[in-house]
Design a protein around this ligand. Structure first.
Ligand code: SF4
Length: 219
């Protein structure tokens, strides 16, 4: 019998395309874990807070192996609060999967596996999320060119906050920087600001919200 520590709380697993970030458009197998330690004002994944079921590490890996693609995205909720998140990442990398980890910026990522086959997609929560004080800013030292940092923004104040962090930590030299509108689509105002401020960042959309209705699950 497998030990209880070998289990992970899973909200949903599904094959789709990556909807955001530097891997946008690539077929990806998603593992969405249950539970989040934050409560962002604009959260679009509230359904993952409490609903989920237990799966063992072996059961999850079996599901990954059933599909033909080599990209896996570990998302949530917040996947890194799961006790066996590190073991799962390690196992998938051993099996030659490339793993994207979407994490909310509050968890120390230096404690988790990291190599060329692991892409950390780190959020820094802007003021309108009301979660900025929960950020673990030391994470900014651990990001590399292969990784990405995402600022989801709703207001001018959010934009100015993101701009100040990018400049203070010289993030554009270090990693991929994404500015993304809350809701994932309406980015024109961010484009105007970025060009006028001459920032070297990428405007991020959420193409799954263009392809499917924003309420659609499992995409
Ligand atoms: S970190 Fe993500 S899942 Fe958690 S509350 Fe914020 S938006 Fe929702």
């Amino acid at each position: 019998m497998e030990d209880i520590i070998d289990r992970m709380k899973i909200n949903e697993i599904f094959l789709s395309i990556q909807g955001e970030g530097v891997q946008t458009g690539l077929p990806t197998f998603f593992i969405r874990t249950k539970g989040c330690n934050l409560r962002c004002n604009y959260c679009d994944t509230k359904y993952a807070y409490t609903k989920g079921h237990d799966m063992t590490l072996n059961e999850i890996v079996k599901e990954v192996r059933k599909q033909p693609y080599k990209l896996v995205c570990l998302t949530g909720g917040e996947p890194l609060i799961q006790p066996i998140a590190g073991s799962l990442i390690e196992k998938l990398v051993q099996e030659n999967y490339k793993v994207c980890i979407e994490t909310n910026g509050s968890i120390n990522i230096s404690k988790f596996p990291n190599n060329q086959n692991v892409l950390y997609s780190l959020d820094i929560k802007c003021p309108s999320s009301s979660m900025t004080d929960k950020m673990y800013f030391k994470n900014l030292n651990y990001l590399k060119k292969k990784d990405q940092i995402k600022f989801v923004m709703r207001t001018q104040k959010d934009y100015e906050f993101a701009k100040s962090i990018v400049k203070r930590y010289k993030l554009s030299n270090q990693t991929n920087v994404l500015f993304q509108p809350v809701g994932g689509i309406k980015a024109r105002w961010i484009v105007d600001k970025v060009l006028s401020d001459k920032l070297n960042v990428r405007i991020g959309l959420q193409i799954h919200k263009i392809i499917w209705p924003s309420s659609k699950r499992g995409v």
